[in-house]
Design a protein. Structure first.
Length: 279
């Protein structure tokens, strides 16, 4: 008997991103207290190009470093050259991206990667599974890499596998996929919601998703100026808190109040989020 394939859900993001390492010293430092900074170019329809700067540990030569990444959707990509990286940083209008790519010492080569779609396979809906074969990580769900969730979700799946193995091998596949689905649901919803906030991504957008994305757009405007909103958002993105935390009264009020004050903010500030938190 032919086994059925799992139902697949895809979001055609067509993302390409270009990244490089820079030494985190001297002219490339951002200032006191910013050694753990993560700076993000917020993705909006007005500026649909993601950008990120993240402080990393020391490399093999003993220097701390920055990892810089810039991206684009559906054919809008930066070539794997330093000049292209700098040009895209200027377009994104993130002060940190511009400073590091122009003043920093490049480590190694500039690299470019592509991913045609985010994908989720619904193994838990299969009634019959092959014995002794389990899917994990990207073979269940592959995320848009700009959200940095793939390795975290895979690690959570490994914990789920350990829990299910402690109950024996009988029915392991079904138990694993049901439990893993609960781990995957929220980061998948967050990632798909973020992807579908960009007009270039062609999938349908139901009304509830449009409402949530409108609220997230307000968070992007407020976060650069409000550390409480910024930290709350980062905790949800990094899977430390549930998305409902963003609708807690103390966050909701600051987002609604702050979005009014920031409506006429400078474009580079409105599109830029700079967070220095120790999660």
């Amino acid at each position: 008997m032919t086994r059925k394939q799992p139902v697949e859900q895809r979001v055609d993001i067509g993302i390409s991103y270009t990244s490089a390492y820079f030494r985190r010293t001297g002219d490339c430092a951002l200032g006191p207290g910013l050694d753990k900074v993560a700076a993000f170019g917020a993705v909006t329809n007005a500026q649909p190009r993601p950008g990120v700067v993240i402080a990393q540990e020391r490399d093999a030569t003993g220097y701390p470093r920055w990892v810089v990444g810039v991206g684009g959707f559906r054919g809008d990509h930066a070539e794997a050259t330093l000049e292209a990286l700098r040009e895209r940083a200027r377009d994104i209008a993130s002060p940190e991206l511009v400073k590091i790519t122009h003043d920093g010492a490049l480590i190694g080569d500039v690299m470019r990667y592509q991913m045609p779609h985010s994908q989720r396979r619904r193994y838990k809906r299969l009634r019959r599974l092959p014995e002794g074969l389990l899917a994990m990580g990207d073979s269940i769900t592959s995320f848009n890499p700009i959200y940095g969730q793939g390795m975290t979700v895979a690690a959570c799946e490994a914990l789920v596998l350990r829990q299910q193995l402690s109950r024996g091998l009988t029915g392991l596949g079904q138990r694993l996929f049901r439990a893993a689905a609960k781990v995957i649901d929220i980061p998948w919803q967050l990632a798909v919601g973020g992807d579908l906030s960009i007009d270039a991504v062609p999938d349908p957008r139901p009304l509830p998703l449009r409402i949530v994305n409108a609220y997230v757009a307000r968070i992007y405007r407020v976060a650069p100026h409000d550390p409480v909103v910024s930290l709350g958002f980062q905790r949800v993105v990094h899977m430390l808190d549930q998305p409902a935390a963003l609708f807690a009264p103390r966050i909701l009020w600051r987002v609604l109040r702050g979005s009014v004050h920031s409506r006429h903010a400078d474009r580079s500030q409105a599109l830029h989020e700079c967070v220095g938190v120790d999660l």
